[in-house]
Ligand binder design. Sequence first.
Ligand code: KG4
Ligand code: ZN
Length: 417
Amino acid sequence: MKILGLETSCDETAAATLQITNPKFPLDSLRPLGACRQISKLKIQILSNIVSSQIEIHQKYGGIVPEVAARQHVESIIPVLQEALGYKIQDTTNKIQTNLKSQIPNLKQISNPNPRFNRGQISKPDLIAVTQGPGLITSLQVGLQTAKTLSYVWNVPLIGVNHLEAHLWSFLLNQDTRYNQPFDRLRAYRQETNKLQTSNFKPQTLFPAIGLIVSGGHTEMALVKKIGQYKLIGRTRDDAAGEAFDKVAKLLGIGYPGGPIVSHFAKKGDPAKIDFPRPMIDSDDLDFSFSGLKTAVKYYLKDLIPSGSLSQAMINDICAGFQQAVTEVLVAKTIKAAQKFKVKSVIVGGGVSANEALIENLRLKTENLGITFYHPSKEFTQDNAAMVALAGYFKLKTASENNWQKLTAEPNLLLEY
Ligand code: KG4
Ligand code: ZN
């Protein structure tokens, strides 16, 4: 089946189309919930995965301005959608089309589509999946209203997706898990040449799992009993992990978003030079707190600046020390949860899961405990609509009727149901 995904929860306007086939289980008898064996049978093909990022627009403010983000979503959504579908959804002339596209910031295909796929061939999809929340209400509305309109006009079922749930399953979009059928030539080629990492995806090692979502707006940890069953066991009490990276970068005046820049400088710094606090690392619960860490960086800078200007070497050490502190807390709490609930796997997702230090630490610690570790490849860590389409597929059971009238934006959705 073909699924169109739409994502506008924050500052990325995204649309993607997936072709999902499940050879063993015909669509009618599909029972996605709890079906970990079925996941291994899924064949997920990304037909298109288009993202227009507003980063440059928000850079001058050092953070996302909700009103500006929503307006840009309105401008971008139709061209992004048309790129993803491979045809115009309204009868506009080529001239208008070209102009429209040229106004859209950073319009790009973020992952390799199936080379044999002719984009113009996507007729209307079999299902539309749209991010319902959490996120900025005005941004969410743009994707939601677009999806509702398409659902009504095409008479195609519509499913609302939890953005955090979409991040959680984004690792299934990785090349090595995407083509995981025994007869798949691509995988066979990989195993033969051993050039690329082969899939370590073993569905029997998946559940129960600890799911850690770390992004610019969220730091949430859930016990995942199966697909669609989540118990929230920890969350940040103040700033999200990505937000802390962004704020520290702002303090250092090194740009926005902070995560990629801080981690870049951190590579050249000494993580042991400055001993920043590890907030709540020994607390009994599984919650997080990152605002004190940001304040510690602020006071460190305050003490430092009167004695001279900030050298690049100092910036590198601050970035390394800060990243080390965030990583240690995230890893310690995740491992604590993994042991407490005796899980088989740890799954991480969200923008901060692009952080190599975090991934390496989690990989090491889980390996030592014999726990399987799943994380998205870099291209799927950022907000995208392919992950939304996939999460929509997992909620298929609830899409028996076309309920576009009933869907509402839910800005405060949690990963718990
Ligand atoms: O998931 P995402 O694209 O959007 C939200 O849903 O929030 O996450 C964006 C966040 C930003 O705060 C950004 O600074 C952070 O992810 N980020 C990183 C890295 N790359 C992006 N944080 C740490 N290290 C990175 N390499
Ligand atoms: Zn996100």
